[in-house]
Design a protein around this ligand. Structure first.
Ligand code: GLP
Length: 241
C-alpha cells in the first residue's frame, strides 16, 4: 500500500481529485467506483470546480457506488442516490444511464444484489475504486466479521455504524437497519483502490489498517493484500504514525 500524507481535509481532497482527474482525462473509457459519507464530499467539490473551469468531460465515465440503504426511496434526500445527484452527478456531464447505485427499495433484494454484481462484471470491472474508512474498519458497509469472499449482499448495520451515520438523519431511529453493499470480494476485484482517511476520529482505524494483521474482524485489513492501493490520509488521521 502506498501512503500519501496530506496536511488537512482540504489538502487530502485536492490530492484525491487530482489523482482521479489524472485517470478521467487520460482514458477513453473509465469505470469508477464511488463512495458516499462525509469523507469524499470535498473531493467531489473539486471535481465539479474542475469541470466548470476546464470543461473536463465525463461522457466516457461509468460509475458504480459502493452501497445504498435498504428501504430508503431513491428520491429521499437521505438516500445515497440523492447524495450522489446532489454532490456530483447533476453538476458534471455524466450521462445518468452510466451511473449505477444499488436499488435499496427493490422488491427482491437478493436478486438486486446479483443484478448489481453482474452489471459491474459486464462493465469490464472497476478501474479505480474510491473508498472511505469506517471507524470500526468497515469498507462500503462491510461490517466487522464479513467474510472476505462476499459479493454484493444485504447487510445488517451495526449500532456503531448507525450512530456514525445518524448525523445525516433527524434521529438515530430513522437510520436504516440494513443496506446493500458491494462485498469485500467485489471491492478487491477493482484494478486500483484509492482510500481516503481524514480526521482524528479515524486515527485508530488507520493505525490498525497500517499495522494490524489481516483479519475479517477489521474488514479494511484485506486491502493489504491488494496489489494497487493508495491511501491519502491527513495529519489528524495519521497522528503519530
Ligand atoms: C459509511 C459508508 C461508507 C463510508 C464510511 C465512512 O457508513 N457506507 O461508504 O466510506 O462509512 O464514512 P465517513 O466518510 O462519513 O466517515
Amino acid at each position: 500500500m502506498k501512503l500519501i500524507s496530506a496536511k488537512n481535509y482540504s489538502d487530502m481532497s485536492q490530492v484525491a481529485a487530482s489523482f482521479l482527474l489524472g485517470k478521467i482525462k487520460n482514458t477513453d473509457r473509465l469505470t469508477l467506483g464511488l463512495a458516499t459519507g462525509g469523507t469524499p464530499i470535498q473531493t467531489y467539490n473539486f471535481l465539479i470546480k474542475d469541470h466548470k473551469e476546464n470543461n473536463t468531460s465525463y461522457q466516457h465515465v461509468t460509475t458504480f457506488n459502493l452501497d445504498e440503504y435498504v428501504g430508503v426511496a431513491t428520491n429521499d434526500p437521505r438516500s445515497y442516490h440523492h447524495y450522489m445527484d446532489d454532490m456530483l452527478f447533476t453538476s458534471i456531464d455524466i450521462p445518468k444511464t452510466q451511473t449505477h447505485i444499488p436499488d435499496g427499495v427493490a422488491g427482491n433484494l437478493e436478486a438486486e444484489c446479483d443484478r448489481y454484481e453482474q452489471k459491474i462484471a459486464a462493465s469490464g470491472g472497476i478501474d479505480v475504486q474510491l473508498l472511505g474508512l469506517g471507524s470500526n474498519g468497515h469498507i462500503g458497509f462491510n461490517e466487522p466479521g464479513t467474510a472476505f469472499d462476499t459479493k454484493t449482499h444485504v447487510v445488517d448495520l451495526t449500532e456503531a455504524t448507525r450512530k456514525a451515520n445518524a448525523r445525516f438523519f433527524d434521529h438515530i431511529d430513522e437510520v436504516p437497519k440494513q443496506a446493500i453493499t458491494m462485498g469485500i470480494a467485489t471491492i478487491m476485484r477493482s484494478k486500483e483502490i484509492l482510500l481516503l482517511v481524514s480526521g482524528e476520529r479515524k486515527s485508530n482505524a488507520l493505525a490498525q489498517l497500517l499495522e494490524g494483521k489481516v483479519d475479517p474482524a477489521f474488514p479494511a485489513s484485506i486491502l493489504r493484500e491488494h496489489p494497487n492501493v493508495s491511501i491519502i490520509a491527513d495529519h489528524d488521521a495519521l497522528g503519530d504514525i
